[in-house]
Design a protein. Sequence first.
Length: 201
Amino acid sequence: MPFNSGGNFIDLYNLDVRGRYGFVCASCDHVSLINSRIGPLSYGSPCNGSAHPEVQNSYDTVNGVKLKRSHDLLFDGDTFENFSRCTSSDHTECLQVEPADNVTIRNSVFRRCDTIVINFANDFAGRLQVGGRLRRPNNILIENNFLDEAMDNSGGPTYYSLNMRECTNCTIRYNSWLQEPRHAHRRDLTGTTATSATSAR
C-alpha cells in the first residue's frame, strides 16, 4: 500500500475510545465510524492540549506538499466529548477536518469541546484542491446532530459550534446547537435550530 494512501474501506462500530486524540484519519477514504464514543471520560481532568480528533491530509516532508485528500467519510450515531485545552495557545476541537470531501456527519452528539466544536479548515488544503482550484470541502452533509456551545478550559474566548468558511455542494439541516455556527452559505442551514438553553453537560 502506498505510504500516502491512508486507511481505506474501514468500518468501525461501537467503539469507546478514551485516548487524547480519539480518532485520527490521515489521507483516508471510505471510513465509517458508527455508534461510537470518542473522548476522555471527563472534561479538563486531564486536559488534552492540542490533541483532538482529526481528519488530516498527510504531508510529504521531502517534497513539501500535501498528499491525497481524505474522502468518503461517515460519522453516524457517535458522541465526541471532553476535549479541553490546557493553555490558551492550544488548538482543540471535538472534530477538525482539514479539509475532506464526501463527508457525512449525522445523528451525533458533540459536547464539552474547546474553542470550536466542529471545524472544517479549508486553509490546510495545500495543493490538494477540488477541480484544480478549490481548497474548500466538497459534498458535505451535516444533519440531525446536537452541537454544544464551545468551551475553554483555559478561560479564553470560544468561537463557533460549527466553523465552515467555504464549502461547495454542502447541506446543513435539522441540527440543534447552543452557539451560533459560522458557515459561508447560511441559506443552507435548513431546519436547524439554535437554542439558548443550558448545555447538556
